[in-house]
Ligand binder design. Sequence first.
Ligand SMILES: [Zn+2]
Length: 329
Amino acid sequence: MESGLARKKRVDAADIAKRTPVASSGIVQAAGTEPAPCAPMLRLLFAIFLASTAAAENPGSVTLVPLEKLSDRSFTALAQRALGVRAVDWRHAETEHFVLHFFDAGTAAAVSVEVEFYYRVIAEELGRDTARWERKCHVFLFHEEGDWREFKAEAALDRWSGGLHSGGTIFLLRNAGWKARAQTLPHEVAHLVFERFVGSGVPLWLNEGFAEYAAGRCMAAFYRARGFNARPRVAAVPEERFVPLAALTTAAAYPRDEEDVMAFYNESEKLVRFLAATDRRGFFALLDAMGKGARFESALARSFGSRFPSLDVLEREFKPYATTALRPN
Ligand SMILES: [Zn+2]
């Protein structure tokens, strides 16, 4: 198990990112996957296996593409800052949906497999026709802690670390310290795909809740595809930290207290999971309405009206679900 402190650190990073003007998303939080079995040695073997699997699916390595030959070179201001860090050493490659920028080809080869896999899982979770994905999204893979620190300093994001989605671009630190269970990449890919196909104007709980939910599904699917018995793992929301839905679904900022932040992520993830599991079509209709700017209550009435005629009815069913350590659906 990961320590509570480490988890808290990651959540911190997520929310600091959210509070900064340029950053739009965060890191990995409580939801995760648990490859079974999970003893340290087996986990190490699993990491080695994962690396070799990725290499096998992408034999050799990624094919390098010169910067000037990339199919999309529309870089955001933050992307340009990233490219300015050790500028001559960046390498580039493309996958079906992404343009990868990296220092380490082995890392890029592994990520090229992961990122496309996550993309497919998330598109499925959104129920969207993602064939319209024509312009590729950029993923910057930092390898050295020093480069990452320099980038963060350049971008004036001093306390933030780990990974970030901003304006359709992902920035990620991925090196030997990376943990196979980390959900940073699928979390950020989920933000990216969500923004593109649902919109960026949705409330905080839905944005973070979906990213956590989808990241958990991604990781579980990724492990299962490789023969591991993995399921999304979600912590219960402590009863005393449960936020009434009227407040959760209208929150415009993260809570100040770190434990409350954890609970906010957990509860948001659980609400997404609960609605998606209750009625998948209803959930897609809700996403549609929310993406078009509807308030949660009116979106709920439109998409789950017969099941949850009011927020109170939803809360009566949802609260025991959120505050009990149930197996996720
Ligand atoms: Zn996030």
